[in-house]
Design a protein around this ligand. Structure first.
Ligand code: PLP
Length: 362
């Protein structure tokens, strides 16, 4: 069985995942077009400044997040009051206990939602969100994990970092009503952000070393992470965004998810799945995520833990660091999935490290 690395950073995309002509990507509607940036952080930076200038002061975020979502607000120098709202174990907002304090007026308040790992919101959840909007609260929707899903949520502002689920090094979008967010001034991109992907291609073709590749990837990531000024994504990424075969990329994730689910639980969930749902990853909640992560890495399977404890202590959540996401994207088929399920099944039978599958997305 091959031991090819599973879960590495992107290499160049195979032509078979591209359409022959340019198409509108699934998130782009006819009446409001998306504005593109290099990173999700840059989009959030632009949202932050616009909303602050419009008098917003309070930001509510779900209790599981990575710092890059809140730091554009907290580090802005503006006087934001950031707090978290609770999620249940399936990462769904606990609307019943989520109250906006009386001293926070609706027109100063912003609530951000995340469609974790492709999650589809129920009708009841959507009516809670509609209710917030009808009271004048600004709703921001982070669809980074659900760019392949087909659920239309009427948020005031939508955003996604595209470089997480698509094989491109940069790219993110902002969709909003122009009354709320003005177009952002952009500076030219100052680095070849494709250098990491080019270096990984060289490793796969036997012409480059993994050490050099990782060094270059980390230089690109540092450049993108530390950049406060906004830029448009590289021309190459912009072109690819209009050429990806989203239907194919999405259906591969879904069938890989169903395959892994069945090989670990013996349950075929294909009939139960919401027709709009496209999972971004196969997510599990192991009792010891770090131990499982290390064991998977010994089998050349690299999976991130979601997410490290926030560096903002006042936003601490017990949900940080509890989930592990297994890649199920277009690069993987039956061989890779069998390798993954063998390791997971071994853990399931080892009573010292039980591995619970988290069926949160159906
Ligand atoms: C859900 C979500 N939104 C936004 C971001 C920020 O994206 P970027 O890394 O492109 O700045 C991240 C980063 O991990 C994320 O997980």
């Amino acid at each position: 069985m091959s031991t090819r690395i599973i879960g590495s950073s992107w290499s160049s995309v195979d032509q078979k995942f591209l359409l022959s002509t340019e198409q509108k990507p699934p998130w782009d509607s006819n009446y409001i077009t998306a504005e593109y940036f290099e990173t999700g952080r840059q989009v959030l930076g632009s949202i932050q400044q616009n909303l602050y200038e419009a008098g917003k002061r309070y930001l509510h975020v779900p209790e599981l997040f990575c710092d890059s979502i809140v730091s554009p607000f907290i580090e802005s120098g503006n006087n934001w009051n950031v707090s978290t709202y609770p999620l249940n174990l399936n990462l769904r907002p606990e609307f019943e206990t989520f109250n906006i304090p009386a001293e926070q007026s609706a027109d100063e308040t912003v609530v951000l939602f995340i469609s974790y790992f492709g999650m589809i919101f129920t009708n009841k959840e959507i009516s809670y969100i509609e209710n917030l909007k009808s009271h004048g609260i600004t709703v921001v929707f982070d669809e980074t994990h659900s760019i392949f899903s087909n659920q239309e949520i009427s948020a005031d502002i939508k955003l996604a970092s595209l470089r997480k689920l698509l094989p491109i090094p940069d790219g993110s979008y902002l969709i909003s009503n122009r009354d709320l967010i003005a177009p952002t001034q952009k500076v030219p991109q100052k680095m070849n952000v494709w250098a990491g992907i080019e270096a990984r291609d060289l490793v796969f073709s036997g012409l480059g070393t993994i050490e050099t590749c990782r060094e270059i990837e980390s230089k690109v990531e540092k450049y993108l992470t530390n950049k406060s000024m906004a830029s448009s994504p590289s021309l190459k990424s912009q072109r690819l965004i209009e050429r990806f075969d989203y239907e194919y990329l999405g259906s591969t994730r879904l069938s890989n998810y169903v395959f892994l689910y069945r090989s670990i639980t013996d349950i075929d969930i294909s009939e139960e799945i919401n027709e709009s749902f496209v999972p971004s990853h196969f997510v599990i909640r192991p009792s010891d995520p770090k131990k499982l992560q290390l064991d998977l890495a010994k089998h050349s399977i690299y999976c991130p833990i979601h997410w490290a404890d926030s560096s903002y202590r006042f936003l601490h959540s017990s949900k940080n660091g509890t989930l592990l996401s297994i890649p199920i994207d277009h690069r993987y088929g039956d061989d890779a999935l069998k390798r993954i399920s063998e390791v997971l099944n071994k853990h399931k039978t080892d009573s010292s490290i039980p591995t619970e599958i988290v069926p949160i997305y159906i």
